[in-house]
Ligand binder design. Structure first.
Ligand SMILES: [Zn+2]
Length: 294
């Protein structure tokens, strides 16, 4: 019998005696908090509970993605989580950072399988070996995290830029991939806000109006979607990175193109997700910053 079930019964009785008419949910919450106070660290959250919560919150089964995203749990551990790490990319480098910090669940936006099928050899072998040795689980979530209205990269970048009213924008795989806002803003003011929000230089191809009216945002690598974005009537397009021809297209279309960094625009979601898991399951979290330079 587990400690949890023994204490659970007695603490529930204790809780019932002290409260007037708590709902089943609030009773459960009070029970868990009292339980943690009496027996700190006596029960670490199970990996399976955290994964179930993240899968449901981010609607993993409903949102289409590229097959290589392989959303969800990519590496399992022995089943308990004591410390969460968040990183944009799952890689040998971030696995090593996580292992050194005593993290046992690493949450990433780009998982381990973007290059496709590959042999478990060389650096990839060493990364997986280290994860297994250090009991490190890895959870990856791509488009469902970009799109999420509360935890998503797009929503949080829009909020950081001060855009209060946004609507879904630019269909990708049958769902909106970004957000659009009707905001009048001088172009240099937008550059300033982007650089402050992202903590670094932003590239502006200023071939549109000096003052914005309709701004589209798609975090990550969506420069190649510039024609589709322009069809939705924007005069300014913010994304992370794009091909060289996207700058030529921006001039042809008469729109401003902001390339704000693939990595930089995708730090928001993993941080928000890790913070929410930390709060809900009572384990600490930290961001593992490992920029790609793109
Ligand atoms: Zn990305």
């Amino acid at each position: 019998m587990s400690v949890r079930s023994v204490s659970g019964v007695s603490l529930l009785r204790l809780t019932e005696g002290k409260t007037s008419a708590p709902s089943v949910r609030s009773r459960k919450r009070i029970k868990v908090s009292i339980f943690r106070w009496i027996l700190p660290n006596s029960r670490m959250p199970a990996l399976s509970e955290i994964v179930r919560y993240a899968d449901e919150t981010l609607r993993l089964t409903e949102i289409e993605d590229y097959p290589n995203a392989l959303n969800g749990l990519q590496i399992e551990n022995s089943g308990e989580v004591t410390r969460i790490g968040a990183a944009v990319d799952g890689s040998g480098a971030t696995i090593a950072l996580a292992a050194a910090r005593g993290i046992d669940l690493l949450v990433v936006h780009h998982g381990l399988f973007w290059p496709g099928l590959r042999a478990i050899s060389g650096a990839f072998y060493r990364a997986l070996k280290l994860a297994f040795e250090k009991n490190l689980a890895l959870y990856s979530v791509h488009l469902p995290l970009d799109l999420h209205p509360r935890l998503g990269n797009n929503a949080l970048l829009a909020a950081a830029l001060g855009f209060e009213k946004t609507e879904p924008f630019l269909e990708l795989k049958g769902q909106p991939a970004g957000l659009v806002t009707e905001t009048t803003l001088r172009r240099d003011e937008l550059i300033d806000r982007l650089e402050k929000s992202l903590g670094g230089a932003v590239r502006c191809i200023g071939t549109g109006p000096m003052e914005t009216k309709r701004i589209g945002i798609v975090t990550g690598a969506a420069g190649e979607d510039i024609y589709a974005a322009a069809r939705e009537g924007i005069d300014t397009y913010i994304t992370g990175e794009g091909p060289h021809w996207a700058a030529v297209a921006a001039e042809e279309l008469g729109i401003n193109l902001f390339l704000a960094g693939h990595y930089a625009t995708e730090t928001f979601g993993v941080k928000a997700l890790a913070a929410e898991l930390s709060e809900r399951f009572g384990v600490p979290w930290e961001f593992l910053d490992h920029p790609t330079g793109l």
